[in-house]
Design a protein around this ligand. Structure first.
Ligand code: NAD
Length: 484
């Protein structure tokens, strides 16, 4: 059992039924900090997906009939309920992911901000008057919901991932089948109950816990008109292939290989503190800046400051308020990241400045899936360490003198999610903003996930956006109407 006290309940919500069993096998969920079992997670598959899509289809006219104002009101109630359940969401997420408890309060707050952003949009969907001739003819566009949409998400920030998609889809007038990660089934179950409590009619939000089979069943279902997905590139490519016969539209929020760029005039303490804070989720964040490009003139200072900051990262019990970094999500993830570090060291792709390997912790954490925060220096930019997403607490440092060559290297991976520029010079900042190929660029700042601004990736980091009006429009399609 987890050392966290909250009972973990894996449920599916399909129409007006709350189910604790499933057609598929069970998955044993482990508490990542100890490796001990948390409980069994029954996995749904094609039968549950079919029932959930049918429920979502049946609920479409109900949700439509409520109209924009009442849909807005129920979303507003949802935000209030999620906020009032902050303690429950915090405790569950910490127990199901192993992320330090202190990292969750702001995540619940931010999740509520995302819901409230789409409360604001729900009664302002709008459209355009495209042409209106003098003869009295009229042409306009209606923005319409797709109908039933599928939402498939990963595990690294379960509540925020739900809130970056579901409120926008509901505000646009769609009904939903959510397929959360099988590794984090507990937060979505509680969120589904919050939706019902908020008066969102049964069938509008359905939750099917399952693995790849359930995700595939949702992707190929002919009544699912669009899929919004957060996860890995390989899965996205497989989904595109499965969806091809029906040219299924996708919004993809995928991985990254983001970079910090430290110019000679940077505030080094700020730059290091923003980078090391990213360790809180053990590097398991899509926007994690796993590459650090440091100008030669400040390399020694940055290196010493980063070394000191990483040395202060406290790895251990997620429930302890002093802990700043928890475990990885599964034993498999721990093995993969440790293998990545060992492979890079053995091949000489870089040399370890600090970290490497797993920490030795006392019981009950000895069997947890921890990896030491690790920094490599002199990294070969063409190596896996320089190119691939590690999804673990591993930084690679690169030294630069020439801005052109550095920019080319930053842009040299297949990804394009986020980049972080550190300089006090406005011209340097704007020049870099224009040249970097990524969906977000932050200057002297970290990625804020502001719900009013679009967040999305270029290239292999994704298609489409979450956040703001663009995030709403992901769930709308335009119909042009001509009146002669
Ligand atoms: P994953 O692709 O393995 O799994 C994501 C989801 O897809 C899970 O729910 C999984 O069950 C489901 N799935 C698996 N196979 C499927 C299939 N064939 N058809 C349909 N669904 C299927 O990814 P992961 O390892 O859980 O997540 C890590 C990845 O997510 C990283 O690359 C990370 O960068 C990315 N991510 C991106 C963002 C973003 O906003 N851009 C945010 C968080 C995580």
């Amino acid at each position: 059992m987890s050392t966290a006290t909250t009972p973990l309940v894996s449920e599916m919500i399909i129409g007006d039924e709350i189910l604790t069993g499933a057609s598929g096998p069970s998955l044993t969920h482990h508490y990542a900090a100890t490796g001990e079992p948390n409980g069994e997670v029954p996995l749904g598959g094609t039968p549950e997906v079919q029932a959930a899509v049918a429920a979502a289809k049946a609920a479409l006219p109900v949700w439509e009939k409520l109209g924009p104002v009442e849909r807005r009101n129920r979303l507003a109630r949802l935000a209030d309920i999620v906020e009032s359940w902050t303690d429950r969401f915090e405790a569950i997420a910490s127990a199901e992911t192993g992320m330090p408890r202190q990292g969750f309060a702001w995540r619940v707050k931010l999740s509520c901000e995302w819901i409230r952003t789409y409360v604001g949009y729900a009664d302002k969907v709008g459209g355009d008057l495209t042409a209106s001739a003098d003869d009295g003819s009229l042409e306009y566009t209606r923005l319409e919901p797709y109908g039933v949409v599928g939402i498939i998400i990963t595990w690294n920030s379960p509540l925020l991932s739900l809130c970056m998609k579901i409120p926008a889809a509901l505000a646009a007038g769609n009904t939903i089948v959510v397929k959360p990660s099988e590794l984090t089934p507990y937060t979505p179950a509680l969120f589904g109950r919050a939706c019902l409590e908020a008066g969102i009619p049964p069938g509008v939000v359905n939750i099917v816990v399952g693995g790849a089979e359930a995700g595939e069943a949702l992707t190929v279902h002919p009544d699912v008109e669009k899929i919004s997905f957060t996860g890995g590139l390989t899965t996205a490519a497989a989904m595109m292939r499965s969806g091809a016969p029906l040219v299924k539209p996708f919004c993809f929020e995928l991985g990254g290989k983001s970079a910090y760029i430290i110019f000679p005039d940077a505030d080094i303490d700020l730059a290091v503190s923003l980078a090391s804070k990213e360790m809180s989720n053990a590097g398991q964040s899509c926007k994690f800046g796993s590459r650090i490009f440091v100008h030669d003139a400040v390399y020694a200072e940055y290196q010493a400051t980063l070394h000191a900051a990483i040395g202060k990262v406290v790895v251990g019990d997620p429930e302890d308020t002093g802990t700043t970094m928890g475990p990885l999500i599964t034993a498999g993830a721990q093995e993969r990241v440790l293998g990545f570090v060992e492979g890079a060291r053995d091949r000489g792709d870089g040399k370890i400045l600090i970290g490497g390997g797993a920490p030795t912790l006392a019981a009950p954490f000895a069997g947890g899936y921890f990896v030491n925060p690790t920094v490599f220096e002199d990294v070969d930019p063409a190596s896996p360490l320089g190119q691939e997403e590690i999804f673990g607490p591993v930084f690679g440092m690169f030294r630069f003198t020439d801005e052109e060559a550095m920019t080319e290297l930053v842009n040299s991976t297949k990804f394009g999610l986020s980049n972080y520029v550190h300089t006090r010079d406005l011209r340097t900042a704007t020049r870099m903003v224009h040249r970097l190929k990524s969906g977000t660029v932050y200057v002297n700042d970290a990625n804020r996930r502001n719900p009013g601004a679009p967040f999305g990736g270029f290239r292999a980091s994704g298609i489409g956006s979450e956040g703001g009006r663009r995030g709403l429009e992901e769930f709308l399609r335009a119909k042009t109407v001509g009146l002669a």
